[in-house]
Design a binder for this molecule. Sequence first.
Ligand SMILES: *[C@@H]1O[C@H](CO)[C@@H](O)[C@H](O)[C@H]1NC(C)=O
Ligand SMILES: *[C@@H]1O[C@H](CO)[C@@H](O)[C@H](O)[C@H]1NC(C)=O
Ligand SMILES: *[C@@H]1O[C@H](CO)[C@@H](O)[C@H](O)[C@H]1NC(C)=O
Length: 463
Amino acid sequence: MRCPLLLLLLGPLYTVIQAQQIYVKETLTGIIDQEAILPCTISSDPNIRVSQIMWEKGGNSIAVYSPQHGTHVSEPNRYQLLEPSPSSATLRILSLRAAEEGDYSCEVTLFPAGNRKATTKLAVIAVPQNSAEANSEALANGEEQTVATCRSSNGRPPSRITWQTSLPGNVTTIMTNGTNGTYTVVSRYVMTPTSQADGMPITCNIDHESAAVPIPLRLSVMYPPEVTVEGYDDNWHLKRNGVFLTCSAKGNPHPTSYTWKTADGSSLPPTVRAKDNMLYVDEVDERVNRSFLCEVTNALGSRAYRQDVLVREKPNYSGAGATGGIIGGIIAAIVGIAVVVTVILICRQQRKNQTATDDEDFEGPPAYKPPPPSIKLQMEKQSAEEMPLKSIPPPSESTDGPEMELNGKTPPKYQMTPESQRYSALQDDYVENENPIYNVFPGPVNASPREEEGIVMSPAVYV
Ligand SMILES: *[C@@H]1O[C@H](CO)[C@@H](O)[C@H](O)[C@H]1NC(C)=O
Ligand SMILES: *[C@@H]1O[C@H](CO)[C@@H](O)[C@H](O)[C@H]1NC(C)=O
Ligand SMILES: *[C@@H]1O[C@H](CO)[C@@H](O)[C@H](O)[C@H]1NC(C)=O
């Protein structure tokens, strides 16, 4: 016998038949190809005798137990009675098939009370195999197409599939019946994809008796490059230098090449340097007064962005230029104040030192202009007596000068601004650009080394 507490807990699931009690499970769920155990127990009563216990389904006897005649099972390779006795006859179904779903009755013949029966409703389920994938071939071409497919195979009962996404679309679901009572459900999310849908999340929710399975996906939508150009501030004036245009592009697959052109088809003016997605202008002149195209290519094609450039005779002080001027003025003012404060502080400190060490020499106000702070700092290190007031050694330019000429091609370090370093590097790259090997052998789509260079370069330019 089972633990009475367990019976108490399972109480609602058991059917109680009149005075004589027959206990079965009201409902039972078995898994296809696995065994199922259907208990049937009879409460003992010394005044009543159990003469037979029979399991039957749909009017057909499956297994019979009689204390007098023993056990008889219709198909012993499918059914068994586990340790039958006048108080219990548990039916075991060895390997469940979908067809074995249904109502199983445990019918007990009592003497002298007659027949009593209780019924178990057996459900047979199959755990489906679930999968989902985004359609990597989806194309932003204005046509409706499947962007994601979700599949729940060989489940019983059939799975219910729903989709969760912020993107508007329609769902088409197809169910096919398997031979063994299982179902395969395939659901497709259909929409007209745009480039904005690329990379967006979508979740397929598969709901089944065995489990609820969410499968998150990211859409993949192929689209030709979407190009923008930045860097033109409407203040390109004659003689301005160090300006550049930056071409940015998105695309799926990843863009593989950036090409700069003039809008009228003429060759690029010699004052500009094209380097991948960057267009550098050494010094603005009339030849830059034109429209430029940045053409970007990926596997789906090429798209261009047109940037009109207006070269001005004089700087434009309205708009961005004026803002820059104001900011520049504020910075200049702050720097100026800082310098003045530093000079005053150093003067005071120096005066203290002087009065402390030698009063006689520096009593009167010396008739010289205080040298710049950097030189003053050097002077402080020397003792007050040795301090040369006017014979400050000239800056090192005079000694470096001849050396610079002798060295010829290698200029001194302090002249090598980041700008000029970049351009000397550019000279080499520009030659490479004229003979573009990469056009013949396009590099890996995701990590185009040329674009990485372009990204690395831009911060250096801002310095
Ligand atoms: C869904 O299908 C209907 C009928 O085919 C269509 O009119 C509608 O545009 C579709 N909606 C989306 C978001 O694709
Ligand atoms: C598939 O199964 C469903 C539900 O059991 C049933 O209604 C339908 O007739 C079956 N279809 C085929 C083709 O067997
Ligand atoms: C650039 O071209 C515009 C007309 O397209 C003209 O008005 C302007 O003066 C030109 N700038 C220079 C510096 O030549």
